[in-house]
Structure formats: C-alpha cells, structure tokens
Design a protein around this ligand. Sequence first.
Ligand code: BV8
Length: 254
Amino acid sequence: SPPRGYSPVVRSDIPHDVTSLVADASRIAVLTGAGMSAESGVPTFRDAQSGLWKQYDVMHLATPEAWQADSALVWAWYQWRATLVGRAEPNAGHLALAQWTKSAEVTIVTQNVDDLHERAGSAVAAHVHGSLYEPRCSDCGRAAALTLRTELLQRMPPPHCTICDGLVRPGVVWFGEALPTEPWDRALAAVAACDVLLVVGTSGVVYPAAGLPSVARAAGVPVVEINPTDTDLTDQVDYSWRATAATALPLLVA
Ligand code: BV8
C-alpha cells in the first residue's frame, strides 16, 4: 500500500521553479524525515504503530516516561524497528543523494533514526534524533553493542552496560529530551551555509527540527519541499514539489 500521506496527484517531472533554484547550487543541504524511507517500506514514525504495536501510542512509547515505566516494552519496540529497517533497502531517493555527492557538495541532516542514507553510500552530517543502531548506557553514556535477536517479542529486557551495569537504552532522542548538541549545531550550520535546502519527506510537526527551514530562509537560502502532500512547512518554503522522494530525487540528479 502506498506510504501514509501519499496523494494521487504527484508530479513525475521537475517543476521549472525547482530546476532554476537547484541549477546553480554547488552546496545543497537536505533535511530528511520519515517520508524519505517510506518507499523502502519502512513505516513512518506514526505508522510504526502497526502489527504487534497497534494498541500502543508511539508518541507515548518514544518518551523517557515510557522507558521508566516499562523498559522491556520500549526496548522490544526499538528492536522491532531496528530489525524492520535491517530488512529494508535504500530506495532510489537515498541512492540519488549518494550519487549527487559525486558532483556537488551535499550535506544530509536527517530526523530519521534508520541507517538507509549510510547504506546508500551517503555520509550523514547530523542524525538530529539519534539512531536505532547506537544504543548507549543510560547511566554512564558509553556506547553499547546492538545485538538484534531473531525472535521479536513484545517485551525484551534491555541489556546492562558492561562497564557500570546501568540499563542500555535506545540511542534515539525521545520526546521531551534535548537534541544532541553537536549534531544540532552541524544541522544549523548546514542549512544556513548552503545554496539551496531540500526538505524531503517530513510533516514539519516535530520541533526544533521543523524550525530548520525557517533558519535557512532567514539566512536567505531558498527552500524546496519534496512531499506528496501539503505539510506544516508548505507555506514557509519557496517551492513545494508534490512528488515522492524516490521519484523526485533521481530527476534532480539526472
Ligand atoms: C525538545 C526519535 C526540549 C524517536 C523523534 C511538551 C513537552 C516536551 C516537548 C514538547 C512538548 N510539546 C512540544 C514539544 C516539543 C516536541 C515536539 O515537537 N512535539 C511535537 C509532537 C509537537 N519536541 C521534542 O520533544 C524534542 N525535544 O523539544 O526538547 C528540551 C530542551 C532542553 C532540555 C530538555 C528538553 C525532541 C523531538 C524528537 C522526538 N524523536 N524520533 C523515535 O524515532 O522513536 S521524532 C519522530 O517523529 C521522527 O524522528 C520524525 O522526526 C517525527 C515525525 O515522524 P513521522 O510523522 O513519521 O514523519 P514525518 O513527520 O517526517 O512525516 C512523514 C512525512 O513524509 C509526511 O509529510 C508524508 O506526507 C511524507 N511522505 C510519505 N511518503 C513519502 C513522503 N515524502 C516523500 N516521499 C514519500 N514516499
């Protein structure tokens, strides 16, 4: 089934306005959201409330409170998501961005916690919401190895830190948690110092990441949104291209 938010009226050609906005750009910044991975079959964040997890509210599961209340349930949800992403492949949009780095300076800032940009061959300048693949000790902060178990249960007690015996937690940013400083600083620098900012596959709901397009515009950087539907950002961008990531990005790089 098409990804959430898919609209039938989706262009498959590059709008003239976008061509001109991108034509002279040598430094491109790209802000990606869950829609970037939708065509890889990875459910967007809100669609991660499916199957085993249908009865749970993802907006609750992705919080420190849920972790405090039931770390085995939350750990199992992230194991399920990490396994799901592991079974997915980068799509044509991920691959086009990786290809583009051969002819232009492309800086990727992602809200996604998957590793599909990396597996397509891109370096990611900033994972502003962390990563499914970088668990860390919730006490001493040390990185922990992620061992994905084959069977996916609804409750899986998280492992303990080999150094201080603290609980190992998912390496993501939960709602109510501050974003990691260094990735956030790199994200701010990237969107302010580029020639054009592409915003691909995000609803622009979650802050402070959703504020990055206005940071770019305040710096005089033109912003192009690539999304099959209108979003909270649509009236803040210079051009909104009704297209999916895997359709639009290869056209830009061709
Ligand atoms: C913070 C990691 C402050 C976890 C994520 C009350 C209390 C505390 C904070 C708040 C509050 N009220 C508001 C806030 C701020 C809050 C916030 O913004 N809430 C929202 C819901 C209103 N933000 C925070 O809490 C942030 N921290 O504010 O800290 C602070 C400061 C100092 C000290 C202490 C605290 C932290 C936010 C990070 C949350 N973590 N991810 C995990 O993954 O489990 S966010 C998560 O949801 C995703 O990473 C993503 O960024 C976001 C949205 O997910 P989706 O909806 O799936 O994806 P997206 O929005 O990108 O939408 C999909 C889009 O794709 C759609 O537009 C669709 O049309 C499009 N699409 C679909 N198919 C395609 C496509 N596009 C292209 N091609 C396609 N094929």
